[in-house]
Design a binder for this molecule. Structure first.
Ligand code: KG4
Ligand code: ZN
Length: 338
């Protein structure tokens, strides 16, 4: 079954063609991030205009790369939320038009859960379910118990900023540019974990909080830059290493606790921050110590892309045979409590 995936929830416009939820024939991504960089964050109206510009070019591109025609497609899977309203609207309308004109079913996909499908597209393993799922992205940080992709339980979530968002804000405080995650990872490699930034933990809860540690970094920087003094490269590296260490400790601990609580030995991970090599190493270490098998996505499938949407769309279609509903509206916010 050939599935066309469409992802336009934020600044990445992505189209993909995936066969039987496993084999990526093509996965193209165009990002408007370079435009947004000058503002230090995503400008929603501009992001949706870029989606409009890129969408049809990318559709042509994936068909050519996969060497298939429109008439070979069997299903359209599209992100309907959560995300930016104007951005979601573009992807959803393109998906409806393709589905309607080709008379093929349309399946709506939840972007957060799509991140947890990324490990299913890895060539070296195929994760079993049930499993605990940890999503760590720019918009979401959450733990799930996934019995199936249409039957899951939210175990914990951030009470304020998402993890990636905290990376972006700390990078902004340090004047390092946007998005912050990859730059902080790079600095942290050279830094010492010597500054005590505490990341909030909650007793009897698997929730997260990242806004406190971001503020702690802000005050530390203010205290160390009085009188116009500038931080040197070494100091910036130490701040990045210390911040990263503390944030990742809580992510890893909560993921481990969730596996113990649900008595599962399988952990799925996904989302932009999972591209971080140090975090991957920390999660692997925890997995080895606790005999938990961790299923990682390829690094390029951690950040937003349409292959994960096509993959999850296939799985949901097989589970439910959902009927196409052209009245479907974008959902910028989705309550994941179940
Ligand atoms: O999953 P994603 O592409 O978009 C959302 O669904 O939000 O995640 C983007 C986030 C950004 O906040 C970015 O700073 C973070 O992922 N990120 C990283 C790394 N690469 C991307 N954070 C830490 N380390 C990285 N290497
Ligand atoms: Zn995402």
């Amino acid at each position: 079954m050939l599935v066309l995936g469409i992802e336009t929830s934020c600044d990445e416009t992505s189209f993909a063609i995936v066969e039987d939820g496993r084999i990526i024939l093509s996965n193209l991504i165009s990002s408007s991030i370079n435009f947004h960089k000058q503002f230090g964050g995503i400008i929603p109206e501009a992001a949706s205009r870029y989606h409009l510009e890129y969408a049809i070019l990318l559709l042509d591109g994936v068909l050519k790369q996969a060497k298939v025609g429109l008439s070979d497609l069997d299903l359209v899977a599209v992100t309907y939320g959560p995300g930016l309203l104007g951005s979601l609207m573009i992807g959803l309308n393109v998906a409806k038009a393709i589905s309607f004109s080709l008379k093929i079913p349309l399946i709506p996909v939840n972007h957060v859960l799509a991140h947890l499908y990324a490990p299913f597209l890895a060539s070296n393993s195929y994760p079993p379910l049930p499993a605990v799922g940890l999503v760590v992205s720019g918009g979401h940080t959450a733990l799930f118990y996934i019995k199936e992709f249409d039957n899951y339980e939210l175990l914990g979530k951030t009470r304020d900023d998402a993890c990636g968002e905290a990376f972006d804000k700390v990078a902004k405080i340090l004047g390092l540019g946007f998005p912050g995650g990859p730059i902080i990872e790079e600095y942290a490699r050279k830094g010492r974990k010597k500054i005590k930034f505490r990341c909030a933990k909650f007793t009897n809860s698997l929730d997260f909080s990242f806004s406190g540690i971001k503020t702690a970094v802000l005050y530390y920087v203010k205290e160390n830059t009085t009188g116009g003094r500038r931080l040197n490269e070494e100091e910036i590296a130490d701040i990045c290493a210390s911040f990263q260490e503390s944030v990742f400790k809580v992510l890893v601990e909560n993921a481990c606790k969730a596996c113990i609580m649900k008595r599962t030995k399988h952990l799925l991970v996904g989302g932009g921050v999972i591209a971080n090599s140090y975090l991957r190493a920390k999660i692997s270490e925890m997995g080895k110590e606790n005999q938990i098998a961790v299923y990682f996505p390829e690094k390029e499938l951690c950040t937003d892309n349409a292959a994960i949407v096509a993959g999850l769309g296939f799985r949901l279609y097989k589970l439910k045979k959902i009927e196409t509903d052209y009245s479907l509206e974008p959902s910028p916010v989705i309550n994941m409590e179940g």
